[in-house]
Design a protein around this ligand. Structure first.
Ligand code: DX5
Ligand code: ZN
Length: 218
């Protein structure tokens, strides 16, 4: 089953709580929370305090995407703030295996993200330890960018590998996904779909979520 994870990066930050409640009411599965530090990516967003505040308002799965350097420093705070899945970037972790274990030590699901130009083989020796892989289909930092087409091949390859090794790892894809390309992303093997601008900047959020979810039922 496909899970839909609207990214609140494109929501109205002056009423973030209401936006999260809205997507929950309209059937989103996860809320995707983009954390940026101005170092790993050229943008600054939100920290654990915001996650903690939103946690009081919502029962959605909190899918926290850390686009930060040295994530080990902040994992405890994000775990205690109420994250359910914590995803770190392979490019930001010198000791990736240690970081994954740290996330799991707080009872959280561990995800590893890779940038568009990063090879899948950085994941080879952590596949047995992770719950989710996040394939970035844009260079992280901003919402509303164009989907990078070579991501389809990458999703396909990792899906084949996961199936061949009989692992149960979710494949999340993030960046530039809309109602015109989501079908290709799902067919390539993704089962967790992030969409920011396509949902929050649409005329009718409820209708857009419905349409996204229908692709997942096919
Ligand atoms: C990009 C973020 C994404 C972003 C997606 O760095 O990780 O989650 O919000 O936004 P869209 O769907 O607009 O590309
Ligand atoms: Zn993201």
């Amino acid at each position: 089953m496909m899970k839909l994870a609207p990214s609140i990066l494109s929501a109205d930050f002056s009423k973030l709580g209401e936006e999260v409640k809205l997507i929950e009411k309209y059937g989103a599965d996860y809320v995707h929370i983009d954390v940026m530090d101005g170092h790993f990516v050229p943008n600054i967003t939100i920290g654990p305090l915001v996650v903690k505040s939103l946690r009081k308002l919502s029962n959605l799965v909190f899918d926290v995407h850390l686009m930060i350097e040295d994530p080990d420093k902040y994992i405890e705070q994000f775990a205690k703030a109420g994250s359910d899945i914590i995803t770190v970037h392979a490019e930001a972790c010198i000791h990736l295996n240690r970081t994954i274990n740290l996330i799991k030590s707080f009872g959280k699901k561990a995800g590893v993200a890779i940038n568009p130009a990063t090879h899948l083989n950085v994941l080879d020796y952590v596949l047995d330890d992770i719950d989710m892989i996040l394939i970035m289909s844009v260079n992280p930092g901003f919402g509303g960018q164009k989907f990078i087409d070579s991501s389809i091949k990458k999703i396909n390859e990792i899906k084949k590998k996961i199936d061949a090794e009989r692992l149960s790892i979710d494949i999340e894809v993030d960046g530039g996904i809309n109602l015109n390309n989501v079908d290709d992303v799902i067919k390539a093997g993704a089962n967790v779909i992030v969409a920011g601008s396509a949902i929050f900047e649409s005329e009718n959020i409820k209708d857009t979520i419905d349409r996204f979810k229908r692709f997942g039922e096919k």
